[in-house]
Ligand binder design. Structure first.
Ligand code: PLP
Length: 285
């Protein structure tokens, strides 16, 4: 275990996502997770949300061309080793992202791995995506994704499949994979029949892999999906295969949920702080 290398550029990952004024999800969560996973985070903001631990009271989406320009200006100078999406807000924003990704080689036939986390609503049920944009996810984004990471609510919205047991989780993985991504990870956090374990299911069209971790009795899971997708993108940026990157992300998120904390009167966030060495307790050199 060495010290971080001084003066060496770490892998570079872009999050294409919305902000969360409460700091638990969205861009804030992504940048923290990316740092915790040892990569440099870049940002293309899609929307500014107004939210606290009790929910999202509104959002302001950015012009699609501003979203595309952020991607292009970073990719052509700083360069990217992976990208991931969070809240995308609308069909025109998704269309602009796809155009920019085509131009700079993110996903599809391009060299830059692309993780698509199909964020549709907050854990309180507040919408973060226009209803007509589900079709843009299915038709435009999934076919160019290296990995998609839906939770069970997103599976219901996108594939019309209600998952209540493991067998249905397998069926859902097949349906979601049919939209054209290389891999799908159907996350099992919302599967209530699993009381002790949280089982995520990875599928590449041939092989299923179950990733199992402990289930923690907590409501402080705000930003969990964002953290997991960012960790998976970090693994890919480090050159891992998709199964290895997903295992890396699972290990990270289990600890992030274990270290989650209360914040405000509602749902607190999962925490990347377990990765931070308490340097302030060490003597000043
Ligand atoms: N707000 C923003 C900007 C997000 O990107 C997300 C998730 O991606 C959320 C809120 C919802 O987070 P959660 O479902 O963990 O509450």
């Amino acid at each position: 275990m060495g010290e971080p290398t001084v003066g060496t550029t770490p892998p570079r990952v872009m999050t294409i996502a919305g902000t969360d004024s409460g700091g638990g999800a969205g861009v804030a969560a992504d940048l923290r997770a990316l740092a915790a996973c040892g990569v440099h985070g870049c940002v293309a903001v899609t929307a500014v949300t107004v939210q606290n631990s009790l929910g999202v009271s509104g959002f302001h989406a950015l012009p699609p061309e501003t979203v595309a320009a952020q991607i292009e200006t970073v990719a052509t100078d700083i360069g990217l080793d992976a990208a991931k999406t969070g809240m995308l807000a609308s069909t025109p924003i998704i269309q602009a992202i796809v155009g920019a990704c085509d131009g700079v080689g993110i996903g599809g036939d391009g060299p830059i791995p692309f993780v698509v986390d199909p964020v549709a609503a907050s854990m309180h049920g507040d919408p973060l995506l226009a209803e007509d944009a589900l079709e843009a996810y299915r038709g435009l984004l999934f076919p160019r994704a290296t990995l998609i990471t839906p939770n069970l609510d997103e599976v219901r919205l996108l594939a019309g499949v209600d998952v209540h047991d493991r067998e249905a989780q397998y069926d859902a993985a097949k349906v979601m994979h049919g939209f054209g991504s290389k891999y799908v990870l159907v996350k099992g956090g919302h599967l209530r029949e699993d009381t002790e374990w949280c089982v995520d299911l990875l599928y590449d069209g041939h092989t299923f892999t179950e990733l199992s971790g402990p289930r923690f009795d907590t409501g402080n899971t705000h930003g969990g999906g964002d953290n997991m997708a960012s960790a998976a993108a970090s693994g890919l940026a480090r050159g891992m295969s998709v199964p290895d990157a997903v295992a890396f992300a699972k290990r990270y998120i289990v600890e992030a949920v274990r270290h989650s904390y209360p914040l405000g009167a509602g749902h607190g966030p999962v925490s990347p702080l377990w990765t931070v060495r308490p340097w302030w307790e060490e003597p000043t050199p």
